[in-house]
Design a protein around this ligand. Sequence first.
Ligand code: MOS
Length: 735
Amino acid sequence: MTRTVDGEHLVGQPIDRIDGPAKTTGGARFSAEHAYPGLTHAALVPATVSRGRITAIDTAAAAAVPGVITVLTHGNAPKLNPPKRPTPANLSTLVSGTQVNYLNTDEVHWDGQPVAVVVAETSHAAREAAALVHVSYERLPAVVDFAAEEPNAVAQKGNPVMPGSAKKGDADAALAVAPVTVDARYTTPQHHHNALEPHATTAVWQGDELTVHDSTQSITWLRKHLALRFGVPEAKVRVLAPFVGGGFGGKGFAWPGTIIAVLAARATGRPVRLLLTREDVHRAVGARTPSAQRVALGADTGGRLTALVHTSVTRTSRVGGQPEQVTAPAQHLYDATNIRTAQSQTTLDWMPNTSMRAPGDAIGSFALESAIDELAGELGIDPVELRMRNEPERNPIDGKRFSHRMLREAYALGARRFGWENRSPEPRSTRDGRWLVGMGVATAYHPAMQFTANVTVRLAADGTVTVRCGFQEMGMGNATVQAQIAADALGVPFEAVRVEYGDSALPASVMAGGSMQTSTVAGSVLAACGKLTRRLSTLARRTGMQGRTPTEILTAARVPFIDAAVGSDTRLGALAGQARMLAKVVRDQRTWAKAACGAHFCEVRVDADTGEVRVSRWTAAFDVGRVINRKTAFSQLRGGIVMGIGMALFEEALVDRRTGRIMNPSLSGYHVPVHADVPPIDIACLDEPDPTMPLGILGVGEVGITGVAAAIANAIHHATGSRIRDLPITPDKLV
Ligand code: MOS
């Protein structure tokens, strides 16, 4: 543990995570690790057709397995309120990943939709029995093939915060007359969530009071959603998630496991634990949509962009899903004279798509940043230099001011640390034995947002500080950084601060998503600490204790503690609070173009005979505003890069185009990077605060993954001369 040095700021220091020891010693209990008297275990039964109607479910064999308590189907499950259709004015209903009323309907909407659940005394009995449930279907025609449906895509509606369509000038006309052009198609596959901790729920009913331990990124919204679905007041529902083993967007919404666990607990009157298997996660938790994209660039011979066109097709589902903001980076990165972006989507009989780390930006930046590299090749200009020649002074689409943008500085810093000037411009010009060596570069970019969170802070006469806020800690270090922020704001040691989080009984916060949790909570923590400081000076004046420590002042004033509360006066769950939150975000987005950005530099080595790709070196330099904790922030950025390596080289759902069934629903067939696939990753941050955000924080959760796949594809092109526009870049595409 880094000790506090008297008089030194804690903000910025690489302090160890306060939740670290509990996790490394086994003291941390995750959602599937809570023991209750009479605890039961549940296992899901997935549908095996993509669209249809259940005509019969034979549960006899399952029910006969020793230890089985019940098998719940749409025939005998308790009634459940259907999820509401999401509207912009009622964000909370968005916590439902799908529109399906699980086990309350005979309709099947995707291959993998849970159609029954077995509850048993042991997890083994539950799983054994689940495999014995026999479901008969009337099959209905299903549309499941993304590639076949791509030509039928229709314009996406987008969302109010990030419109997918944008237009400046006439990009198509400019493209037609540009002396140098690139016009290419890029494709990315479906990606699945594989957090270290699979989705899990332990649900306990006591009368009409519900306690749920759930691996969620959004305890506040999940509580509201469960109250709505199960017809009980919000006050009767408590959601606990002090430890979450990674989320990445896959735990942002309520997926079937959570709802069915609560339903099963209600049906049996016993506590229920439902831990999804990896296969369950693949089949019953939304994935990142596949995409097909076109990027067309036109430039003059000096490398000034005259035309930028970026269009995308993604998929959503008949029972939910969301528009993927694929073309967002093209609206912010380059000062092209003419720009056109457009997004369209197809609607399939498929599990709804969902957020996955940097939704839109992660896959959109692959296409855009690959195309820029291709253009650099056409022009014979260094790809860093080409980017610098097109770096905008204002937001290219609408002329909005950037609240912060130090991409030039990030490139300069990264290039120096990486040794970019040693790169020979010619593709396939460097060889080391059997390895072809290449270097690639790409821009990282992710919008920055701040919502609102309710926070209380207590300063006690014994010198301790308690911060209370229902935020989520998924391993990124939020509890630690909020303690650093509060300690600095109140002038107390780090060790004096206790942070309470991960419990819906605490003041309501936002979901951990959109890289906005740290800035959002920090804004409220700072405001609360400001209130306390003012009260403390009043007390100091009154008692003649000016300039003394909080303990001395409170002791002299005979006050055991002082409290400050900050936040919306309605609960976040209430409509008014949400409308205000949304209004603030929209207003902020109208005023500023605000984002974290950075520059990825990587070296790859490609086996000339087998096409095996090794990522051998990485440097990334970021402008993420102020860095609160150099250790946790750098780990977030590094984690994003590791996930990006997976996206570039390994990750791909293999879907049977006839049936819509996922063929590789586990880590044995769906590959993610392991340690041997990841080189040491050098991270540098400019650490310049953004003037419009609390403490100048721009967010670090998602920017790291953006641009990574392009940097690798560009390095592979430099190494081999082969341009691969279809992810993942597997050896077969290189030989
Ligand atoms: Mo994130 S994809 O906003 O959890």
